[in-house]
Design a binder for this molecule. Sequence first.
Ligand SMILES: [Zn+2]
Length: 279
Amino acid sequence: MNIGVHVSAAGDLSLAPIRAEEIGCECFQFFSRPPQGGPGKEITPELAKKFRENSEKFQMPSYLHAPYYINLASAEGRIYHSSISILREELERGSKLGVKYLMFHIGSSKDLDRQEALDKVTEGIFQIMENYKGSTELLIEIAAGSGNVIGANLEEVEGILSHPKLSKFKIGVCFDTCHAFASGYDLRDEKTVKATFAKFDKIIGLKKLKLIHANDSMADFDSKKDRHEHIGHGKIGLKGFKAIVAFAKEQNIDMILETQHDELLAEDIKILKKLRGKK
Ligand SMILES: [Zn+2]
């Protein structure tokens, strides 16, 4: 089980694995394009080769995060269709780079009722996956929030994954500890961590759980707010992370930190490694 961080790939994608190695990562996550908007640099065969070489040199699996503006539940045609084409493009770009997974946030259904929104989401994912032959796998990330946000509860995610239009595709789940905690899945100690992942197993199945985003939560349990905090400094706390890391190790699921890149980040990596012990 590897522990890593979301690192910057700005300027040159092939630097991401080097930046990850420098701060003690065993795996890493990155954006292949500006997360707030704009096209990504072309992935030429030379760039792909350099990226793969650097990743292999440090034996680091890599994960791609989709841009923030993706919204497959949007009523606005322009946003909806560009979300579909960008996610497909990111899968193809990830495949060129040898990336294992691409995770994305489904989005929010502001102007649609729930069923209309879910229909858009399944149709959107169908279009993304149809005739896709690449190696990077798509992951739905568990969201924080309530109301219009799609994907904040496990039943809803399972409903999408097992939809008749989508069940033939290989789609997994990224479990963000901060989002799940804010959405009402308790993770504060061994008992609650075990109960939460037992729930995940019952509703979705642990086989579909591919990656964990390790973030403590600034906001309270069930607050519906997405506020990442350094490990042990938030409302989940060290007792919770001890149990989460034990679970991830037992299941061999990599963990990626998405906490602030300040002086506490190195500490976050150290804490997770210490909780895990030897790989
Ligand atoms: Zn996350």
